[in-house]
Design a protein around this ligand. Sequence first.
Ligand code: KG4
Ligand code: ZN
Length: 344
Amino acid sequence: MSPQDLVLGIETSCDETGIGLYDLARRRLVAHRVFSQIDMHAAYGGVVPELASRDHVRRIVPLIRETLGAAQAELSDLVAVGYTTGPGLAGALLVGASIAEALAMALGIPAIPVHHLEGHLLSPLLASEPPQFPFVALLVSGGHTQLMSVAGVGNYVLLGESVDDAAGEAFDKTGKLLGLGYPGGPAMAKLAAGGVAGRFRLPRPMLKSGDLQFSFSGLKTAVLTATQQPDYSAERAPDLAAEFQEAVVDVLCGKALAALKQTGLQRLVVAGGVGANTRLREQLITAVSRSGGRVYFPELEFCSDNGAMIALAAAMRIEAGIAEATSNGAFAIRPRWPLDQACA
Ligand code: KG4
Ligand code: ZN
């Protein structure tokens, strides 16, 4: 049976061009492709926005063709195009937005702006054992660390967030100061695997603050201070990385448990790039199951930025009757856009 009623998802908010195809009738993802620009940005130690935009321009149309080909689908099978409209890099967002709007206009189908974090927090629903609503979502990406109460699609209440650096940003910055390449998260996790936490003592910022806010920038400074001590040498970097990771994981676990307690919910959904961290996964599973709850993670391929989660979010909004299509190709990108303002 050939796929039909397909929702195309387009993600270009940062350094991944992501395309997804979600079958609305059969409620399943049929194909997705991601092109990561990480290698290109690694030479500069971080994402260079102008280079990111230019590379999205080069990749996006061939990637859409490739994804349609993988699904043995045609443009005429599309019923809507969802695209990330924010938050993210303005130039990068514009590439996805203009392609999506042009395609939708040419095909006479709706274009649906999608919030990037909504994509992330719904991404565990693409797993073989998806969570039911309601749940608490812990969003841990390069740009955001947030706890959300999610009653259903388009129904999000912010419980707490980072007052400074995001968890992923802290991994990236700390990795940089330890001389690791970009992105620092996976590199720090790898370094930490060869070290022992506890040989250095780092703070657990705001763990006992009594609210659901986070702060990670002091942790990065504490790592810097540790490297400046006379007894520090590069051989001790794995131990320092392990202690840093443990500190971040302790805080994320502690606050996630507090959020479950505060809301009375049993299910925790973890999303965003840092959700790929093995130590975080282990600790969350242990802590949440001990308290009688259950943790859900996206498949590893959907932890980092991708088009599948954007196609899914657009499809779920269509199903729920809350998709707000743009009209006459008039669209705006939203580089800064709090998720609770994207509620239905
Ligand atoms: O969600 P994502 O792909 O992009 C954003 O929307 O930000 O998250 C990227 C972030 C980066 O900061 C990266 O270093 C971090 O996720 N990350 C990790 C790991 N894999 C990716 N952090 C810690 N451990 C990992 N294994
Ligand atoms: Zn992301």
